[in-house]
Design a protein around this ligand. Structure first.
Ligand code: SF4
Ligand code: MG
Length: 331
């Protein structure tokens, strides 16, 4: 395959008073053309930092790229100047964040915010850009688009603002769209509408998507492939089917058990994962999930497992898949 994005052995730290928080510790992942990939994990797992690093939105300092590479369309994003990145953000790579109110400018009309993106990246006349803005609002399902372009963000509901954000993100037909918890601030019905919209738009435009979420539930409808992160590392990858039907990492299984499901039996309670992720200023030497893992073995305490390849599409970073240990050692 010829991935549009390829992250290899990425390490990112944040320098804080009295120490260094190792937020991302050797993440590798690929996104193919037209593919939608979910990155899931609890907050603090490094998924947002990974996403922001693609756009080089990590402030350095306090952040530091310690190691690794991010290749987009064959070019190393970490070697780009800030000016070069500006022409990639919003044009080649679109982004949608959790809270549209903080990313929209409250003092400019919604139409103006879309036309600015178009005029910056696409060299359109003001009439062309205005027509395109109306077209985009139509595309994302905002009624009366010709009138709505003249309104300000506060005149839109939360769900409608998120649709505006999606319109802006899609304005320049980006080949990659990064959505970081795009529906978390919205109520459940609106969440479902926004996810359906994103899926439809993806099918229409063929853009690749990275969806960052702590909610495996919304992944089921939306994504082809899932990357599970824990404590700054990828712990499992697989197709949606593999992750949901045949999870191979205890953390992934824990996430699934903690999720409400439509086919839930009455006597099958939701089981939260007990405990908290490790302190990333001094991450454990062995498997980072060890303290919370009910399948932990002695070897897990001091030895970090490699990612075992389980199928063409599935990997799990867990000692349970070491053939030399299989059925053997216990804690
Ligand atoms: Fe659990 Fe050990 Fe696997 Fe870590 S390596 S997830 S502690 S069994
Ligand atoms: Mg986050």
């Amino acid at each position: 395959s010829n991935p549009i994005l390829s992250i290899s052995d990425l390490h990112i730290s944040f320098h804080v008073r009295g120490g260094e928080v190792q937020a991302v510790r050797g993440v590798s992942l690929e996104v193919n053309r037209g593919e939608s990939v979910a990155i899931v994990g609890e907050s603090g797992s490094g998924k947002s930092v990974t996403a922001q690093s693609i756009l080089r939105l990590i402030p350095t300092p306090p952040g530091e790229f310690k190691q690794g590479s991010i290749t987009f369309k064959g070019e190393d994003l970490l070697a780009k100047t800030e000016k070069e990145m500006e022409s990639i953000r919003g044009k080649e790579i679109g982004m949608i964040f959790q809270d549209p109110m903080t990313s929209l400018n409250p003092t400019l009309t919604v139409g103006r915010q879309i036309t600015e993106v178009l005029r910056k990246h696409q060299n359109m006349s003001s009439t062309e850009a205005t027509n395109r803005a109306v077209e985009l609002l139509n595309l994302v399902g905002i009624p009366n688009a010709a009138e709505r372009v003249k309104q300000f963000p506060h005149q839109f509901s939360g769900g409608m603002r998120q649709r505006v954000m999606i319109a802006i993100a899609l304005a320049c037909n980006p080949s990659l769209l990064i959505a970081d918890e795009p529906t978390t601030a919205l109520d459940v019905t609106i969440q479902a509408q926004i996810m359906t919209l994103m899926k439809e738009l993806q099918e229409k435009t063929g853009t690749s998507i990275i969806l960052i979420t702590h909610d495996l539930g919304i992944v089921a409808d939306m994504c082809d492939r899932v990357v599970v992160m824990y404590a700054g590392k990828v712990v499992e990858t697989g197709t949606k089917q593999e992750i949901f039907k045949n999870p191979q990492h205890p953390y992934t299984r824990g996430l699934l058990r903690s999720l409400p499901r439509l086919d839930q039996k009455k006597d099958e309670p939701l089981v939260p994962i007990i405990g908290t992720p490790p302190d990333m200023s001094s991450p454990p030497k062995g498997c980072a999930f060890c303290a919370r893992c009910d399948e932990a073995m002695r070897i897990c305490v001091d030895n970090d497992p490699q990612a075992y390849v389980l199928s063409e599409t599935q990997t799990a970073k867990c000692w349970l898949h070491d053939s030399a240990l299989k059925g053997g050692e216990s804690a």
